[in-house]
Design a protein around this ligand. Structure first.
Ligand code: GLA
Length: 368
């Protein structure tokens, strides 16, 4: 497979469809620094857009069909723009195009040819699907000259993933891909939809490391967690766990419902503290909050695995200021906070103890 970048998606496009693309777009994957399983509870999240993402070149066609070439899958698929879900990778593309048409109140003006190449690993909790969804929406809005705000694109993508693909995800990943910027963390209040970009320090790095264990988000465990949170909110008598207090959580009968709720309520507090720590340059505190978040996800929310726990512990014992599983969990990536300059040494020393682990991305502040 050719190296994936703007140039190669343009070249493959011309070769596949026999027509020069009109242009190309990019949308990033993300790593979440802290605040997991809070977005579907109206809570706070703190992701960073990564340098890796989905590239898409695009042109219009007159067949009324969606034709898409995936460089990663080495496959070309063709389907009517109004086709139902088929349970393959094209669902992410078709789903957002249908959501866009619905939002515009009219069918898309013509068919679309897309060439897709993504540098985001799939099933790794770094939002390969949100990158694909947002890149598709950017390609379509540019191809058809539509002006849709980035926040609205994120909402359309989430809707498509909920209703077309069938994953009951929150809004974090799509918002991070659509409005995030490398070099800053995106503080996002999923209840008020308020966002702020918080610059990362230049002397520390957040290193995203793949455990080597991939996960399957559609497997039901994610949707199950969401239902358990909704059950906890109902038992407490609040619209969502965002407004629940620790006293109310403590009054629930001991067991899974209470554990899930405890994670969400404490995680929201940690995100707010982490944002303050970042603003004040207190990176030791930030790291400590990340590690607390990991153990809360592992013990109360049960979205970690023994291998991922061991990887987190290895990072900490090798000098990381904090480390945690990121995203949906059940395998996938962790994110560790280290002083700048220590990224390579950490990755090297992890290699012996964790042969399946590999470095995915490094996020740090931008120097002016
Ligand atoms: C997945 C979902 C997000 C969020 C995370 C967990 O990435 O797509 O909406 O719920 O899991 O924080």
């Amino acid at each position: 497979m050719a190296k994936i970048n703007a140039k190669s998606v343009m070249q493959v496009h011309a070769k596949t469809f026999g027509i020069e693309p009109i242009g190309w777009v990019f949308a990033p994957g993300r790593v979440n620094l802290i605040g997991d399983h809070t977005d579907y509870n109206d809570g706070f999240v703190f992701p960073v857009a990564l340098e890796i993402g989905a590239f898409i070149s695009y042109s219009r066609n007159t067949t009324g069909q969606l034709r898409a070439r995936s460089m990663n899958m080495e496959a070309t698929l063709e389907r009517p723009l109004d086709a139902p879900a088929f349970d393959d990778w094209l669902d992410y593309v078709l789903g957002v195009l249908q959501a866009l048409a619905k939002h515009q109140g009219a069918p898309l003006p013509s068919g679309l040819d897309l060439t897709i190449g993504s540098t985001v690993p799939t099933g790794a909790s770094v939002s390969s699907s949100a990158a694909l969804e947002i890149a598709t929406l950017r390609a379509a809005t540019q191809a058809f000259g539509m002006d849709v705000a980035p926040e609205v694109l994120a909402q359309l993508a989430q809707k498509a993933e909920n209703e077309f693909v069938g994953v009951n995800c929150g809004l974090m990943d799509q918002m991070a891909s659509s409005t995030g910027k490398p070099g800053s963390a995106l503080f996002f209040d999923t209840m008020t939809l308020e966002t702020t970009l918080e610059p990362l320090p230049t002397d520390f790095s957040f290193v995203t490391i793949h455990s080597g264990l991939s996960r399957q988000l559609t497997s039901g465990a994610y949707n199950e967690r969401r239902s358990q949170c909704e059950a906890a909110a109902k038992a407490i008598g609040v619209p969502s766990l965002r407004t629940a207090s620790m006293e109310q959580v403590g009054a629930l009968p001991a067991g899974k419902t209470q554990d899930r709720a405890r994670h969400v309520v404490t995680e929201n507090e940690r995100v707010l503290k982490a944002r303050d720590a970042l603003r004040e340059g207190k990176m030791d505190d930030f790291g400590r909050l990340m590690t607390e978040s990991h153990w809360s996800l592992s013990r109360d929310f049960q979205t970690s695995t023994r291998e991922v726990d061991a990887l987190v512990e290895s990072c900490l014992s090798r000098g990381a200021l904090g480390a945690r599983i990121t995203g949906a969990g059940f395998g996938g990536c962790i994110v560790a906070l280290v002083k700048s300059g220590e990224e390579a040494a950490l990755a090297r020393s992890l290699r012996l103890a964790h042969p399946t682990a590999w470095h995915v991305a490094t996020s740090t502040g931008l120097k002016d």
